[in-house]
Design a protein. Sequence first.
Length: 448
Amino acid sequence: MIEADLAIIGGEILTMTQQSQAGNSAALKGAVLVSENRIIAVGDEAEIGPYVAKKTIDATDQVVMPGFSNCHTHIGSNVLLRGLNEDAKLFEWLQSMWRLKQNFDHETLRLASLAGLAEMALAGITSFNEHFDAYSVSPEINALETIPLRATLGYGFADIGLYGDLKDWSYGALDNFGEIAKEHHNTLDGRLRVALSPHATYSCTEKLWRQCADVAGEHQLTIHTHLSEGQQEHQFVSDNHGMTPTGWLHSMGLLGPHLTAAHCTTLTDDDIALMAEHDVKVAHCPISNAKLCSGIMPIRKLMEAGVTVGLATDGPASHNTLDMFQEMKFGAITHKNHNLDPELLTVSEMLEMGTREAAKAMHLDEAGTLAPGQLADIIVVDLNNAHCAPRYDSQAALVYSSRADDVIHTIVDGQVVVENGVLQGVDLQGMLGELRERAGNLRQRSGA
C-alpha cells in the first residue's frame, strides 16, 4: 500500500517527459501521487496499485501538468512600473523606469513582490528566475515566506551607464557574496536559491564581469543576465570592444552551462555556435521583445544548434502580465509568421518550452516534468470553458485558447498554493489595496 500526502486523480496528465521529443507530448489518464515535496507515482491507477492519500484533488476532465517555469522576469520592481511608460523605445523606457527605482522603499517592494507572486501562482507559474535590477532583494525573500513559490533570485550588478550609480554597491555586495549565499542559498526548505545578475554588456565593465565569474565559480552559483537585447546594445559593444556581446562574454570566459541569457534577439551565427558549444541557456521573452521593438530571436537556428531555450514573461512593465499562456501563443504565432512556416513551433514544443525547457533554462533539473522523484510542482487546468470549446485537443487548447484564470490548482513543493482558483493564506484584495496606495505615493514623490 502506497502512502501519499496528496493524490491528483482522474485527469489528463501531460508529463512533459523526454519521450515527447518524437512527437506530441506524452499524455495519459490516471493519478499523480505526492509524498512530502516529491512525486512518487504517475500513471494509470491500476498500474500504480493500492494507495491511500491524506488529501485528494479530483481532476476529472481537467489537465494535470508541470507548473510553468518563468525563466526570466523582474517581479518586485516591475510590478510597480506596470503601465507607467507605454509606447516607448527600450532605452528611453529604461531611463524613465530608473527614476522610480531610485525611490523604492522596502515595504512597497514587499507588497509589489507579493502581488507578483500572487499573479504567478494564480496563473500556474510554480518557479521563476528573478533578475533584480537595482534594488534590495530582501523584500522579495520576505514575500516568498508568505507565498511559497520556487525562486532563483539574481542579485543585480552594474557599474557604468544608466545604472552607474550602483557601482559602489555592486562591488561591495560581490566582496561579501559568500555571506549572502550562506544566508539565503538553498533556504526556505530548498525552494530559494540565489544567483548573480550582472545587468548587461552595456552596463557592466570587464572588471565587474570577471568578478561576477569568479564569485559564481567560487560559490557554485549561476549567472543570469540580459544579452543581445536589440541593436543599440550590439552597436555599443561593437564600438567599445570590437565584437558582438556574446563574443565579448566568450572572450572573458563567461559562457558556460551556468549562464542564463535573456532576450538574445541580435545573435549572429557565430554567437549561436558559441552558445551551443558552451551549453548556454536562453530565456525567450517574445512579447517583451516585440513590445520594446528589440527584435526577433533566431529561434529556429538556436533549436537546430541544440541550445536550451525556455519561455519567460520578462517583467510586468515590458509584458504587462505574468501569463505564460499568452507567451506560448504569441511566441508560436510570431515565429511562424516571421519564418513563413506554419509548422514551426508545434503546440507540444511550446508547452515544453514553458515547462521542461524553461526549468532547464533556470537550472532546475528536478522540475518541469511529472515523473517519480521529481519535485511536486504541479498545476491543474480547467479547459471546460467557452473559449476552449469544443476542445478536440487539450494541448492545442492550452497553447492557443486557454488563459491564466483557467488554472484552478497550483501545487509547489507538494504544498497547495492555489486551490479551486483561490490563493491560500493571503488576503489578496486587502494586499492589493495597500499596494495601490503605496504605489501612488511612490509615483508622486518620483515625479512620474
